[in-house]
Design a protein around this ligand. Structure first.
Ligand code: SF4
Length: 397
């Protein structure tokens, strides 16, 4: 057994009784929390435990079960409708040139807000013996150039199994990029070993999307693991979920982005928390996310400003949201405000023949999806599937 597997087996807290032993029975009401625990298992690694400074702090909120998980309001089990886009077991094919490949059912620590909590922790739902149909699907689809290994956490697999996956994917000529989505650097930095770092270099380009929520996660040991990955030539990105009471504060997010960059991790996404059953108490408003992006953009380096997205409920994919800087667009000019709120005008290039269309007035803050113009839209949401049918209206409509 490897060192990291021993740590997981011997030192992680994986029962409510053990949690109560550590933090006190007055804090952990084992009986009251049992239904939440039964609904989604708990495991907290030594690294995550070290990050918890006090009861109820941002780290605690991420890992300790609460009775709020049982309050289901808008939450749905498969909030992103991933199973509907799954042509073969373990594969989700939603976007034109890439697939999600679920390779591991388990994680080192379990995050209470997990979108995939319906599957994570259950080996029957992410079977390890069904990789072959996934490889065959990827082989048969030459448009797939990017494979994102996820789960669960792919880094919970042994090096031998990871290498088997890399070898099979690299044997498919049209697979250009392999990505690993993993929270292991925060949960179990001991998993990043010299052996893994040596092995992975045979299969580049391999990217890793890490997952950090709060700057307190970047302990010296975690930074060391990130450094090892960067030295192994793995470009590192970070996905962050916006969580109420945990990181929904511009100062906390600014600090997180700065600490990530210092560790050579490029902030990639801030996600709105999904409408997942059991994780609703973590959700905050979209306005809060826009406020955070507005507090980053221009006030700090562009490197520190990730995309802010909603993963559309019902399987619509990621939609970027932007605070609105543009006030008016005409054929002659664009009027906008800069990060400090000062107004500027940019002259459009002269068009031959001109055009007498109406100026477009842009309201104060509007989420603008990629490819969507400033014309407004109305949405109709199916209460059953969460899918939204968008109806387009003219700017004057
Ligand atoms: S590490 Fe990722 S997949 Fe695992 S519990 Fe956390 S959010 Fe879910």
């Amino acid at each position: 057994m490897s060192e990291w597997q021993k740590i997981l087996k011997d030192d992680a807290v994986a029962t409510l009784d053990k949690l109560a032993e550590k933090f006190g029975h007055d804090v952990i009401d084992v009986e009251a929390l049992k239904p939440a625990f039964d609904n989604f298992q708990m495991r907290i690694t030594p690294s995550a435990l070290e990050q918890i400074k006090r009861v109820g702090d941002p780290m605690w909120n991420q890992y300790v079960p609460t009775v709020q998980e049982l309050d289901i309001v808008d939450g749905v089990i498969d909030s992103l409708d991933e199973d509907a886009d799954s042509p073969v077991p373990n594969i989700t094919h939603r976007y034109p040139d890439r697939v999600l490949f679920l390779v591991s059912p388990v994680c080192a620590s379990y995050c209470r807000f997990c979108t995939r909590r319906r599957k994570v922790g259950d080996p029957e739902k992410i079977p390890l013996n069904q990789y072959e149909s996934a490889f065959e699907y990827i082989r048969q689809h030459p448009e797939i150039r990017d494979v994102i290994m996820s789960g669960g956490d792919p880094m919970m697999l042994s090096d031998r199994r990871l290498e088997y996956l890399f070898q099979n994917l690299r044997a498919i000529p049209h697979v250009e990029i392999i990505r690993i989505g993993s929270r292991i650097t925060s949960h179990l930095p001991e998993r990043i070993t010299p052996e893994f770092c040596e092995m992975v270099q045979k299969y580049h380009p391999v990217y890793m999307n890490t997952h950090f929520i709060h700057p307190d996660e970047l302990t010296p040991r975690v930074r060391q693991a990130l450094d090892m990955l960067a030295r192994a030539g793995i470009p590192l990105g970070c996905q962050t979920v916006l969580l109420k009471g945990t990181n929904d504060d511009p100062k906390v997010m600014m600090k997180l982005m700065h600490e990530l960059l210092k560790a050579r991790v490029r902030p990639y996404y801030i996600y709105m928390a999904d409408q997942v059953a059991g994780g609703e108490h973590f959700r905050t408003t979209v306005q809060k996310g826009l406020e955070i992006i507005k507090a980053l953009r221009g006030w700090t380096s562009g490197l520190a400003v990730p995309h802010f997205v909603i993963d559309a409920p019902g399987g619509g994919g990621k939609v970027p949201l932007l605070p609105e800087y543009v006030e008016e667009i005409t054929d002659d000019s664009v009027t906008f405000r800069n990060y400090a709120g000062e107004r500027y005008v940019y002259k459009q290039p002269k068009q031959s023949g001109g055009c007498a269309s109406e100026p477009i007035q842009v309201p104060d803050i509007v989420p603008i999806a990629v490819g969507q113009s400033a014309a407004s839209t109305t949405n109709e949401r199916s209460s059953k599937t969460g899918k939204v049918t968008r109806r387009r209206r003219s700017a004057a409509g």
